[in-house]
Design a protein around this ligand. Sequence first.
Ligand code: NIG
Ligand code: FE
Length: 422
Amino acid sequence: MPKILIKNAKALVGTHAPEVRRVAGAQMADLPLIENAWLQAENGRITGMGPMTDFPGVTDWNDLTVIEAEGRLVLPGWCDPHTHTVFAAPREQEFVDRINGLSYQEIAARGGGILNSARKLRDMSADDLYDQARQRLEEMMWQGTVAVEIKSGYGLTVESELKMLHVIARLRETLPLRIKATLLAAHAIPPEFTNDRNAWVDRIVEELIPVVARERLADHVDVFCETNYYTVEEMDRILQAGAEHGLPGKVHVNQFTSIGGIQAAVANKAWSVDHLEVMRPEDIDALVGSGTIPTVLPSCSFFLNIPYAPVRDLVTAGLPVALATDHNPGSTPSGNMNFILSLACLKLRMLPEEAVNAMTINAASAMGLSDHFGALSVGRNASLIITRPVPSLAYLPYAFGTDHIDTVIIDGTIIRSGTTVP
Ligand code: NIG
Ligand code: FE
């Protein structure tokens, strides 16, 4: 079995102990590191690491790849716990419409937005959807992403939602990165059900959730709980049905309005509440002590020109904030976690250490993966990033837009080395 030895690294960053599963509040600024360090991986796992002063030397050179990492940082690979990377077509015309003054909600009201994506996806073959999504995910891996959550939600019929989940299952089988799947059949009201929305929620609860659970096509359920989309009561029904079938919630709430979605999500033991651009004090209070992870999507705020989530208030309240891209054709046509790191520091006022924790250990936790992903510790998965030589950790978000990554390793296998696109 191939082995990897990384030597003389400037630092191993994010060396949380094996039992650490997430970091919350003031702890988020604590990103442990080992300076001038080595790390060894075998069988896809980290088998040893420490300072070079304690380096035991190499006894077995068989199948060993040695990486000299002088001046370079070694980080856990990025975890992206909220994306919609399976979609049929980009929507750059809506982007131009917004430049001309229309809002995201106005575009949706004219039949654009999610319904625009659903029309195109329903007509596209699973093979074509797979090929497109695969390209997007390959680019994301190249940019350092090693685990990702992908939602359905552009099908909006039983058949097309299942088609999307089958595409996600095929991506999971064929790509090296870890993939979690989420059923988001409650993304918009399907046009066929505008006058009978209850009937669509019935289909989700009585038909889709049981089938998806039985065939293990998803790990979670999601609802876009928002004014003009799904009500708190509808979300509550869907989350309850999900929980009964072993599919905990990860939900879209408080993107444009605060209507009580967080309280209902917490009551249903949702794993995460995502977006949170519009928060009342009681929404933050509801999360305290809940176990539900607030997941923030700053590139959506950037792209739609909407407020940024009040991350400082979430951290002050002692919560474990996670970050994600929200990669989708409408509100965030980018899956680049390195840009999220810069935005988190620039727009959410997160320290570089807080932001890195939010996109590694806490992001992994929001997908139930932080026992193996999101930190560098012996026994954890060897899925990591080696940067180019950089002066410091803060340099990564500071020099935004520059590709700082040299090497990406997933499950102990080098999937990117250097800057040449394969
Ligand atoms: O997370 N807000 C709901 N869903 C997506 C956008 C979907 C779309 O516009 O296609 C989001 O931003
Ligand atoms: Fe989203």
